[in-house]
Design a protein around this ligand. Structure first.
Ligand code: MG
Length: 252
């Protein structure tokens, strides 16, 4: 009796799983042998023009083109006080900066340079950071030949994910980050529905492979999510004269 019951239960489970599989398979893959049946023509992907790698594509929002800080403000409001010289902006006294515009899911291209004159070690050496949505820090640090905790070195999501490899160039050389970021989703009550995920290339090398962020960056304690909508992109002032150039973003 018991064996029969088990057999019946197994059969029901098998039929249910087959039905689920069938429901997930579109009709045209089962019934049609016409190659046209699997062609999708709409919607037509928007046309974007590009030149060479790193140059902003036609649909990007340019956040810094070397001329001025018109897209930026101080992290606490007011004017952005960083130095702009020879097409480059450099961290200066006066705190971090953030964009005037807010963004959600996005693709970001940003170029940065650690000071050529090396001072200090570890977290004190060429420290800055890209604060995506003002919350999630992708670390900027001179990790060329300077050891610190792995989840705090260049290419890490600070204290959440160490980079897969260390692709850091020598201090004084320009480096690139290309970031694909999917914003977290919250319900109307502020409860997390889907955490943020991110993929990052450092100098063209994959360092973060679709990682799940655990919440906003914390210096002490564990990361925590606090519900938010679109937010400005921030750049950190950690007291080191780190430079930036050619920053653009594409909303996704
Ligand atoms: Mg930092």
């Amino acid at each position: 009796m018991r064996t029969n019951t088990t057999r019946i239960a197994t059969a029901i489970a098998l039929i249910a799983s087959l039905q689920t599989l069938q429901a997930q398979t579109p009709a045209w893959t089962r019934d049609s042998q016409d190659p046209k049946a699997t062609e999708v023509w709409e919607p037509v992907p928007a046309k974007v023009t590009t030149t060479t790698y790193g140059v902003a594509p036609s649909d990007a929002i340019v956040l810094f083109d070397g001329k001025d800080l018109s897209q930026w403000q101080g992290e606490a409001g007011g004017d952005a006080k960083w130095e702009v010289k020879d097409g480059v902006m450099t961290v200066a006294k006066g705190g971090g900066i953030k964009t005037k515009q807010s963004f959600g899911s996005c693709q970001i291209h940003i170029e940065w340079r650690s000071p050529a004159v090396v001072e200090s070690e570890g977290q004190g050496r060429g420290n800055s950071g890209i604060f995506i949505m003002g919350q999630y820090e992708l670390q900027v640090l001179d990790s060329y030949e300077s050891r610190t905790y792995s989840n705090g070195q260049a290419g890490s999501f600070y204290k959440q994910h160490a980079p897969l490899v260390n692709a850091t160039k020598k201090p004084g050389e320009w480096q690139t980050y290309d970031i694909i970021f999917n914003a977290p989703v919250f319900d109307e009550k502020g409860k997390l529905q889907r955490p943020a995920t991110a993929t990052v290339f450092h100098n063209g090398v994959l360092v973060q492979n679709n990682v799940t962020l655990l919440g906003g960056t914390q210096y002490k304690g564990l990361p925590v999510y606090v519900a938010h909508g679109k937010m400005p992109l921030g750049l950190q002032d950690h007291g080191n004269p780190v430079s930036y150039r050619n920053i653009w973003i594409r909303e996704l």
